[in-house]
Design a protein around this ligand. Structure first.
Ligand SMILES: NC(=O)C1=CN([C@@H]2O[C@H](COP(=O)(O)OP(=O)(O)OC[C@H]3O[C@@H](n4cnc5c(N)ncnc54)[C@H](O)[C@@H]3O)[C@@H](O)[C@H]2O)C=CC1
Ligand SMILES: O=C(O)C(=O)Cc1ccc(O)cc1
Length: 310
């Protein structure tokens, strides 16, 4: 059996994801010691009040001293800064991983700083909410959710197996994927929906004829769903957009083309085209429900993309 117990786990960043990991690790006794580091003193103090770990420090370098597993849970744009700070303090043989929503950029930021003998295995739990900060996390966030690992060529098989077992202990289903493929898949199933939500809520806010009270008063559940996504952390999503630029622009181009098709059909009263599209999309959801798949399941998007690729 793979050993999922670590003597010391260092958590760098203790927001929604870091604090959820801390809660699960504690709950399941997966670590002898949890040391938490974050950039802001206020967040660190809050983590201590919530008793999320055993040790607390503003120094990421100090946190990783002697750690067998280091989990970086910061906005993706802060990855290189963290890697620089911890590089020369890592214990030989340590596993370093992250939870960032984009993978190619995070790898480019972290991998060059990792000394020989350190096992860097990038990861991404496909689980979260629109909330952020240490209070937002909860036990069981990762249960039944996918976690995608994007190992690099030459990644130590033992380190990969241990990290996989760690996420499985948190209740996740684990898949491995090439980082570029990950970034394309997530661009369509996660990044675009957030961008569309930010855009539609922004548009509604800009409409002079629609007062704030009307937007709230008459908002149907469709619009409300968008406002939840559009309430997501601005720093995190700015970084996702800037660090998955190419895949997002590619998917946005496809999306805009398809939107123009819809726009034209509406303008010219081409009801058959509208009906055909709406019937096709309805069938997609129905087939997922009939297959007994959770419609929230993150692999939905991956299957849809694979089917498109043929
Ligand atoms: N929010 C979500 O639903 C999900 C987020 N992710 C990824 O997880 C990572 C963390 O996201 P959340 O926990 O949601 O964010 P969060 O905003 O709740 O927490 C971020 C943490 O990073 C710390 N931090 C920020 N800049 C830092 C820096 N330069 N150095 C050290 N610490 C720094 C903050 O103090 C905070 O503790 C991001 O990369 C995000 O893309 C992955 C899956 C889901
Ligand atoms: O809140 C939601 O609906 C999400 O989609 C959460 C989420 C946000 C970012 C990720 O990289 C993974 C999951």
């Amino acid at each position: 059996m793979t050993d999922v117990h670590f003597e010391k786990i260092a958590l760098i960043g203790i927001g929604l994801i870091g604090s959820s990991i801390a809660r699960d690790v504690k709950d399941q006794g997966l670590a002898g010691e949890i040391v938490i580091s974050t950039r802001s003193a206020d967040t660190l103090k809050r983590a201590e009040e919530l008793e999320l770990g055993d040790g607390y420090t503003l120094s990421a370098a100090e946190a990783v001293e002697g750690a067998d597993l280091v989990i970086i849970s910061v906005p993706v744009g802060a990855s290189e800064s963290v890697a620089r700070q911890i590089a020369s303090h890592l214990k030989p043989g340590a596993i370093v991983t992250d939870v960032g929503s984009t993978k190619a950029s995070v790898i480019a930021q972290i991998a060059p700083h990792m000394p020989p003998g350190i096992h860097f295995v990038p990861g991404h739990p496909i689980a979260g909410t629109e909330k952020s900060g240490p209070d937002a996390g909860f036990c069981g966030l990762f249960k039944g959710r996918w976690c995608i690992l994007t190992p690099l060529p030459g990644t130590d098989a033992g380190a990969l197996t241990r990290l996989r077992a760690f996420w499985e202990a948190l209740g996740s289903r684990v898949d491995e994927m090439d980082p570029q493929h990950h970034d394309k898949v997530l661009a369509i199933v996660s990044h675009l929906p957030h961008i569309i939500a930010y855009n539609i809520v922004g548009t509604a806010d800009d409409l002079e004829t629609v007062t704030e009270s009307e937007v709230i008063k008459y908002s149907a559940s469709g619009f409300r769903d968008f406002t939840r996504l559009a309430a997501s952390d601005p720093t995190m999503w700015r970084d996702v957009c800037l660090h998955n630029r190419d895949a997002i622009l590619e998917m946005l181009a496809r999306f805009s083309e398809d939107l123009a098709y819809l726009q034209r059909a509406i303008r010219w009263g081409e009801g058959d085209k509208l009906f055909e599209l709406f019937t096709r999309t309805r069938a997609i959801r129905r087939s997922i429900v009939e297959a007994g798949q959770d419609v929230d399941a993150p692999d939905f998007g991956r299957h849809a993309l694979d089917e498109k690729k043929g």
